[in-house]
Design a binder for this molecule. Sequence first.
Ligand code: OGA
Ligand code: MN
Length: 296
Amino acid sequence: MSITVTPTTPEFVAEISGIDLARPLPPADRDTIENAINRYAVAVFRGQKLSDAQQIDFSAQFGPIHSSAQRARHTGIKHRLDRTELADISNLDGDGKVLEVNAKRRLDWLANRLWHTDASFRAVPGALSLLYAHVIPDEGGDTEFADMRAAYDALPEATQKQLDGLIAIHSIWHSRGQLDVNRDKYTAEEQASLPPVPQRLVRTHPGSHRKSLYLAAHASHIQGMPVPDGRLLLMDLMEHATRPPFVHAHKWREGDLVIWDNRCTMHRARPFDTTKVRDLRRVTTRDIASTLEQAA
Ligand code: OGA
Ligand code: MN
């Protein structure tokens, strides 16, 4: 069995086959995967069989893992998964039952349906996310990805110049507010633990040296600009970046592991019948620093 990288489109999304991710990862294969992520931003592995520990061990080869050991949100509830390295992306409660329609965690989780990039609301944001599918409903529930490097390249030069040096303010409360999941659902400690943070609107992706838009549902406005102007700019860029040429939909099968690079993509979940089980589990690695401390 030898590792093979098959691009889905010339510059965005690749399927990687001929590798069992449950086994120790040979350094050469690790490098092949990292190079593929740097080039294609989204990597799909089919037919994997991974325990939580195996998913975490594999993920740890690609950077320090963002752990929820000091849980900032969802305090005081029973968690289904023991390992703090895993984010529970399922619609299941602590006992493995489908979340009730008004459950706080369900309402919070619905924000994954907004275009976003993981953990941009943290000063040191997410780098790679590695999402593994345990149970997939028969219909719906695709994940869509947007190529933010191609979206940047396609902007008129004048717009690229206009964006130069701009800083967006990101906050988890902004994305939740868009769905009217109000702050009063969260404790004062939860709110205080995640204050708004600044991130560059355009950043250079370190693995490819290509420029990328860095946007998300968490971004509320632009520093130094009236809030409505900044918000409209963000909305225009979001609309631009999520037009069909830049978007790829992943249709999940059980046993898929998908890696995406949050530094140069956005993603969103698509609807499905949320009375059916959808069980995905995610590991996210930490970026090296705030985008303000990285190349523009
Ligand atoms: C995530 C996420 C989308 C989905 O895991 O970060 O946004 O389709 N998931 O579940
Ligand atoms: Mn996400």
